[in-house]
Every structure is written in C-alpha cells, then in structure tokens.
Ligand binder design. Structure first.
Ligand SMILES: Cc1cc2nc3c(=O)[nH]c(=O)nc-3n(C[C@H](O)[C@H](O)[C@H](O)COP(=O)(O)O)c2cc1C
Ligand SMILES: CCCCCCC(=O)C(=O)O
Length: 370
C-alpha cells in the first residue's frame, strides 16, 4: 500500500492513510458515528475490559481458522460486513472488494445500497460465499424483488438489518451536508430493479436526480415489525439473519419468529449514540439463544485478539467492517487484500499464542473481565 512501500499494520495508520486519500466528506462518512460518538468509542474500549488467559503446552503447531455456520464451512474466521456506497471510497467499489474476497476466500455480505448491482458483484465473486444484506423497503414488492434477485444470483443468506428504521442522527454528515445516495453512490440495486423502475415516471438514465429522490422515500420501512418477517420467509428459502440485535429479548424474539441467525451489532456506532457496545451486549444474548441459532458479532473488531475475544464470549462468527473499507480507499482491491492478509495472519498468531489450534476451541474459560 502507498506508505513509502511499507505495509500498513496499525488500525490508526489505516485510518490515517485513508484520510489522506479520501475527500473530507467521504472519509468522515466512513469514520464517524452518530451523535457524540460515545458508542463508536465504546465499541473499541469494550475489548480492553476483557483479557485473555492463555494456557500453554497444547501443541499448536497445526492450526485451523475455519468456522461452521448454517451447515456450511467457511475457511476464514470472519466475514466482510455489509458496507454501503463503496464507490465513494474507490471507483471500483464493491467489485474491488469482491475480487479481494475471492482471492482470500472471505465470505462477503453485500449491502443493498451498493454502487454496483448485486448481480455484477456476484459475477466477480464466482463461487466465493456471499450473503445479501437487505434494507427492507417500505415498497413491499420491491423488497420481494430484491430478495428474489439475491437468491437467483447465488447469495446464500439474507441479512435483514433491523437497527435502521430510519437513519441515525449523524452530526458529522449533517455538518458536511454529505449523503452518499444523493452524491450518486448506492442506487445500483434499485436502478436495476424492474419493480423500482416501474414506479418511476422517467427512467433513472433520463432523470437520475428524481429517481434518487423517489428512492429516498422508500429505502427504509419504519413500520416494520416482528410479524412482517413472515413476508420474507414467503419469498425465499434462504436463511434469514437479523442484524442489529442488542437486547436479549430481541434475540429471543428472533428465535420465536423463526430467524435463522442474529448479528449482535450496533452498526459501528452509527445508529443510536449511547447504546451499549456490541461486546458488552454479546454475553447476555449468547446466554439466551446459544445453541438455538448462530450468534454473529460486529462493531469494533480491529485486530486478531479482538476476534479471539469475541469467539471466547460466544460469537459463532465475526464481521470485519471499517478496516477493509480503509484498505479499499487506500489501494483498491490490493488494499483490501492486504488488510485481509494481515487480519488472517494476526488471528492465526493470536490463536497459537493463546494456546489454541482451532477457532472452535475458544470459550469463556479463555477470558476474564477486569
Ligand atoms: C461506511 C459504512 C457504511 C455501512 N453501510 C451499511 C449497510 O449498508 N448496511 C448495514 O447493514 N450496515 C452497514 N454498516 C455497518 C456495518 O455493517 C457494521 O455493522 C459496522 O461497520 C461495524 O462496525 P466497525 O466497522 O466499526 O467494526 C456500514 C458501516 C460503515 C462504516
Ligand atoms: C439513505 C440510505 C442510507 C444507507 C445507509 C448505509 C449505512 O448503513 C450506513 O451506516 O451509512
């Protein structure tokens, strides 16, 4: 990566170099959180409260980083979190991420608000595992169409983001008056959709600005409630995973309403500021639903030991967010690959130096809260 030809390891260096590459508005959109950014900071701080208690002399000469999830085996212990509007970070956007994910065999959760269509991204991914993150539109027919297209394009799970009935109060973006959809990034899935197109008076090719304004009216569905999950179930055979669970009661509801998995996440501190860190939320949620449905985790993963701690606290998989986006901003596909390579090495070294050989060996006996 362009760091005087030196590789970039530190998360703070990734952030610094991305900042030097991107416009102020785009960098701020990626880096910032909502409100006073307390939750954003807490996400990283929470990892410092947990310490690893390694046990040695276990023969860790051969290690395995693979995980089992929803009847599949994934080669890497993390998936790429859905991050929208990636064309703002790099012209190749999600296509570059897809190529890097394919190279490193890392599963990719593609955002609804991607800059390229879910079909174009799937073409780049080949047989790399992929899930589709759904922003459930208030236009139900459009929602059904997105889900059907994802299934047809080989996505193997639908991730319904539940923490975004509307967008969080993002003071930094409001200050900058920067909204990536309006800036032209993130509408590809809608503009390619026959249902969305049928709603427009003029095609997006003729009047892009008006198509984006129509999209902004229906992108979220604030009326959504638990019973609506049956609607998606009717339209797909794919597993349905709810992203944004922080309360154990929501985890229990997820099981009751037939979800196939949940992601404990506070959206990287970008929705409600003042919510608890994802790591603080994890143990109670695991206690309620572990063994019933998989519990995935994101928000604040920056290094290998963070991955170890999340698994030790009961996560069945973790998602990587901002670090790979900074890699993309700095050097496109190669930048993402470098971040993934370093992360895989870091997790491998962290596993061995914690005295373990497999991700599946990580449990709560390995950590202590201080
Ligand atoms: C720039 C940006 C855009 C995001 N876009 C989406 C999105 O489209 N859908 C979604 O469910 N989550 C989205 N997220 C949240 C991520 O999926 C994930 O929860 C978050 O990045 C985790 O926090 P971390 O990156 O600080 O670890 C976005 C996050 C960022 C930073
Ligand atoms: C009006 C569309 C906004 C999409 C938001 C993408 C996202 O999740 C984020 O955190 O930003």
């Amino acid at each position: 990566m362009p760091n005087n030809n030196k590789p970039i390891y530190h998360y703070s260096d990734l952030e610094k170099h991305a900042k030097g590459t991107l416009s102020h508005e785009v960098f701020t959109y990626i880096q910032s959180g909502s409100g006073n950014e307390e939750t954003l900071k807490d996400n990283e701080q929470a990892f410092k409260k947990w310490k690893i208690k390694p046990q040695f002399l276990n023969d860790v000469s051969e290690r395995n980083l693979s995980i089992s999830l929803l009847d599949e085996t994934y080669k890497t212990p993390f998936l790429l979190a859905p991050v929208g509007h990636l064309g703002a970070a790099h012209p190749d956007g999600e296509l570059a991420v897809a190529r890097a994910a394919k190279e490193k065999q890392v599963p990719y959760i593609v955002s609804t608000v991607s800059t390229f269509s879910l079909e174009e991204i799937a073409d780049e991914l080949g047989d790399t595992p992929r899930w589709f993150q759904l922003y459930w539109s208030s236009d139900q027919e459009l929602t059904a169409s997105l889900v059907k297209r994802a299934e047809k394009a080989g996505y193997s799970a639908i991730v319904v983001t539940i923490d975004t009935p509307i967008l969080g109060y993002r003071e930094a973006d409001l200050t900058n008056q920067y909204f990536p959809l309006r800036a032209g990034y993130g509408s590809a899935n809608y503009f390619a959709d026959p249902v969305f197109r049928s709603r427009l008076k003029e095609s997006p090719e003729v009047n892009k600005a008006s198509a984006i304004e129509e999209l902004l009216k229906i992108v979220f569905h604030p009326k959504l409630s638990w019973k609506d999950l049956a609607f998606i179930r009717k339209h797909t055979k794919l597993p349905i995973i709810l992203k944004g669970v922080l309360h154990p009661n929501d985890a229990i509801q997820a099981v009751d309403y037939g979800a196939d998995g949940i992601i404990v996440s506070n959206h990287g501190g970008r929705q409600l500021d003042g919510v608890l860190s994802s790591l603080d939320a994890l143990p109670n949620i695991v206690q309620e639903v572990s063994g019933k449905i998989p519990v995935l985790f994101d928000s604040g993963i920056r290094r290998g030991p963070d991955v170890i701690k999340a698994y030790a606290l009961g996560a069945d998989a973790v998602l990587l967010g901002r670090p790979y986006v900074y890699g993309l901003a700095i050097n496109g596909q190669a930048g993402v690959e470098e971040v993934l390579e370093h992360f895989l090495n870091d997790v491998d070294v962290s596993l061995a130096t914690a005295g373990k050989s497999r991700i599946s060996e990580l449990d709560s006996s390995l950590v202590v809260k201080v």
